[in-house]
Write a protein that binds this ligand. Structure first.
Ligand code: A3P
Length: 280
């Protein structure tokens, strides 16, 4: 059990991210046209990746997460000749500095942390690469303490929010994608400097619906091994429910009060917390 997780710079990683790789990230050579997809796990990373790869009509490669694998990973990325779309769950502070210096475009997707916690709970239960969890109650405590892979949701969000005004970073909400996907797709395409017709946007949205993406994965129209999350061994585990507010089916009133206490305390200096698009 214990060997599934190791700590690096105070953050729990699975052993699928080797310490050698994590150490060598600092020297990774970014390219100006790299696009990073950044998220805390279970925030809609695969959904966003599905949309973005459909936006390009030139050759792009959606890689596995930069922190996933062993030391040979960076070499592998260096060899790619096409434009790279690179997912990551890294904290801002752990991001290879060259992505920052070269002002690469980055898209950070946020989801209501209550729904993220519930999604992650189910994921822990279904995923052999993650430690065993006895109950929702036990997981709830671990999540609030940040004692889960990728560490604290709050620390992750806050490390990125500090860069809210950086022109090369776009912040997106899972809940906005649920509410009005065409608008978000339009925003993404403008941010990436792509010109997409309204018809194409409609088509991309249709192909990116939960049911389409789930059935594509089941039919293996997409490689089940190709995940954009460093924790996933099987893409089929990703498409569980895909709704807003599932936390209401899991949180007790007491857990909800406790969560909000911690949220208000941790987020008291957060500007974005005041206008989050979801109802906490
Ligand atoms: P649930 O567990 O709540 O269903 P990630 O890709 O970051 O691991 O996030 C996974 C979550 O995004 C899962 O949440 C999954 O169902 C949801 N998701 C994936 N594709 C989706 C889509 N096309 N529309 C809505 N939600 C989607």
């Amino acid at each position: 059990e214990a060997e599934l997780i190791h700590m690096f710079k105070g953050i729990p990683f699975t052993t699928r991210s080797s310490p050698e790789l994590l150490k060598s990230l600092d020297t990774f050579d970014a390219r100006e046209d790299d696009v990073l997809l950044v998220s805390y796990p279970k925030s809609g990373t695969h959904w966003l990746a599905g949309v973005i790869t459909k936006l390009y009509n030139t050759q792009v490669t959606l890689t596995s997460p930069i922190e996933f694998g062993d030391i040979s990973k960076l070499e592998e990325l260096n060899k790619l000749s096409s434009k790279r779309i690179i997912p990551t769950h890294l904290d801002y502070n752990m991001l290879p500095p060259k992505f920052k210096n070269k002002k690469c475009k980055m898209i950070y997707i946020i989801r209501n942390p209550k729904d993220t916690a519930v999604s992650m709970y189910h994921y822990y239960r279904d995923n052999p690469n993650l430690p065993t969890i006895d109950s929702w109650t036990a997981f709830f405590d671990l999540f609030l303490k940040g004692d889960v892979v990728c560490g604290s949701w709050f620390d992750h969000f806050l490390s990125w929010e500090e860069h809210e005004n950086d022109e090369n970073i776009l912040f997106l909400f899972y809940e906005d994608m649920k509410k009005d996907l065409p608008k978000v797709v339009k925003d993404i395409s403008l941010f990436l400097g792509l010109h997409i017709s309204d018809d194409d946007i409609q088509d991309i949205c249709k192909k990116s619906s939960f049911s389409e993406m789930k059935s594509d994965t089941e039919k293996e129209n997409s490689n089940p091994k190709h995940t954009v999350c460093a924790l996933t061994s099987n893409r089929k585990l990703i498409f569980r429910k895909g709704t807003v507010g599932d936390w209401k089916n899991h949180f007790t009133p007491k857990q909800n009060r406790r969560f909000e206490e911690v949220f208000n305390e941790k987020m008291k200096l957060s500007k974005m917390a005041k206008n989050l698009t979801y109802e906490l």
